[in-house]
Design a protein around this ligand. Sequence first.
Ligand SMILES: Nc1ncnc2c1ncn2[C@@H]1O[C@H](COP(=O)(O)OP(=O)(O)OP(=O)(O)O)[C@@H](O)[C@H]1O
Length: 261
Amino acid sequence: MPSLDVRDVTVRFAGLTALDAVSFTVRPGTVHALIGPNGAGKSTCFNVLSGVCRPAAGSVRLGEHELTGLPPHRIAGLGVARIFQNLALPPHASVEDCLLLGRHRLTRAGFLAAGLRLPSAAREDRRHRERVREIAAFVGLERQLDKPAGSLPYGQQKLAELARALCMEPRVLLLDEPVAGMTADERRRTAAVVAGVRDSLGISIVLVEHDMGVVMRLADAVTVLDFGRRIADGAPTDVQNDPAVVRAYLGGQAGPEETAS
Ligand SMILES: Nc1ncnc2c1ncn2[C@@H]1O[C@H](COP(=O)(O)OP(=O)(O)OP(=O)(O)O)[C@@H](O)[C@H]1O
């Protein structure tokens, strides 16, 4: 797995500098949290990583690939999968079909071969369905595959989205507030699945999350943004006790340790 290198990324909106020469490195197979008070620039940073927003300066590299300036589908094609904060599954489709959608990029058989029901297309379809079942089992949704995605409880729908992203066989996962709106139980379960994605699949994870309990439990490294600037970067406990970080959070509402759950 390659590392994800963010170097001196700057984004400006009219007169506002949303990201000001921000740098950090996501080491392969780690959870790297991006935190900061509201408006710090976290979403803008995700938009740069996924290609939705083009920076005015700086670069993002995944191993030897330069991602800066590539459109979102090319970045996804290089193995960077993003999961949004809002639910985005087609509610009436079965969980299995939702996960199969995630494999679209990896499907070789063209429409013609599939339409003519050629044996090669049937073999490929079987292979994808097997992988979908494995991934569903990995996140604990193997019994829900036949159900409409929209009929699942919220926490399971979020897990289905995670599973759909895993179906793309990504090298980096961008998780935007994965536990927002979840019950304590759902949060624990989701955090355990995310840790499993890192530990068993070796996928690197960039995590934007306001729940500091989850950040401190999961993250191997933390980058803190405030008003578009990187104000701290390091191990979770070091960052949590960094005076600049405490000041940034106290300037807003609560400090990172006070919002821990
Ligand atoms: N499209 C845009 N046009 C103008 N300003 C923008 C745009 N997107 C973001 N901003 C501004 O850039 C700054 C950074 O916003 P961003 O959404 O990246 O912060 P954030 O850390 O994700 O905040 P939150 O935790 O509230 O989601 C904010 O001041 C925001 O108002």
